[in-house]
Design a protein around this ligand. Structure first.
Ligand SMILES: O=C(O)c1ccccc1N[C@@H]1O[C@H](COP(=O)(O)O)[C@@H](O)[C@H]1O
Length: 212
């Protein structure tokens, strides 16, 4: 199970995540209390081992700005967390994670997107992401894409992550709010989250779902 720790703003938080076994480090370049400047993100990115992949989170940003920031920071992945159309995801010369708020009635539209990962987030909350809210994981049985390309997000915590993985069986999980205390990344919660996520065996996860 791969783990993405999102909303990283400091070298210390990034290194806590890496030491605990994080596979992806996420930087938010959209309006958010977790927003980071490209300059600070570049400093952190350059201090990471190469096997840890960096992800830039954008919401309805222009392609020009995305490309400028991606190059400045040296991003590995672009996460599109807004209403970006299919063409935008397809034209970026980077690996792309496209986020979708999980709405049962709209879920088939995600098959129109060509991307490296489909990130399924909660539709609940006041912001475009990072709301710390969950949704009904059982409904993901109807997801029309391979679990091998699915990232689960939305209100995940060290306490609920094992149940979430068992029900959804994604390739990776993504967390921001659930590993924070008083608005700052908490090394103890990060360690617990990653340990719990990586502990689940493949055969414990729901295998009555689409793996193709
Ligand atoms: O983390 C943010 O502040 C954020 C802002 C704008 C878009 C996406 C954001 N984060 C992503 O939101 C989900 C869920 O986060 P949470 O664990 O529920 O807090 C996750 O994919 C983050 O990458």
């Amino acid at each position: 199970m791969k783990v993405k720790i999102c909303g990283i703003k400091t070298v210390a938080a990034a290194h806590s995540a890496v030491q605990a076994g994080a596979d992806f480090i996420g930087f938010v370049f959209a309006p958010s209390k977790r927003r980071i400047t490209p300059e600070d993100a570049a400093l952190i990115a350059h201090s990471l081992p190469s096997q840890v992949k960096t992800v830039g989170v954008f919401v309805n940003e222009s392609t020009e700005n995305i490309l400028q920031i991606a190059s400045q920071v040296g991003l590995d992945y672009i996460q599109l967390h807004g209403d970006e159309p299919e063409q935008k995801a397809a034209e970026l010369p980077y690996k792309v994670i496209k986020a979708f708020p999980f709405k049962e009635e709209e879920i088939n539209r995600i098959t129109g997107y060509s991307c490296d990962y489909y990130l399924i987030d909660s539709p609940k909350g006041n912001n475009r992401g990072g709301n710390g809210t969950t949704f009904n994981w059982a409904l993901t049985e109807k997801l029309p894409v391979s679990r091998k390309k699915t990232i689960l997000a939305g209100g995940l915590t060290p306490e609920n992550i094992q149940q979430a993985i068992k029900m959804v069986n994604p390739a990776a999980v993504d967390v921001s709010s659930g590993v924070e205390t008083n608005g700052e990344k908490d090394p103890t919660k990060i360690r617990k989250f990653i340990k719990n996520a990586k502990q689940i065996r493949k055969d414990e996860a729901n295998d009555h779902i689409y793996h193709a």
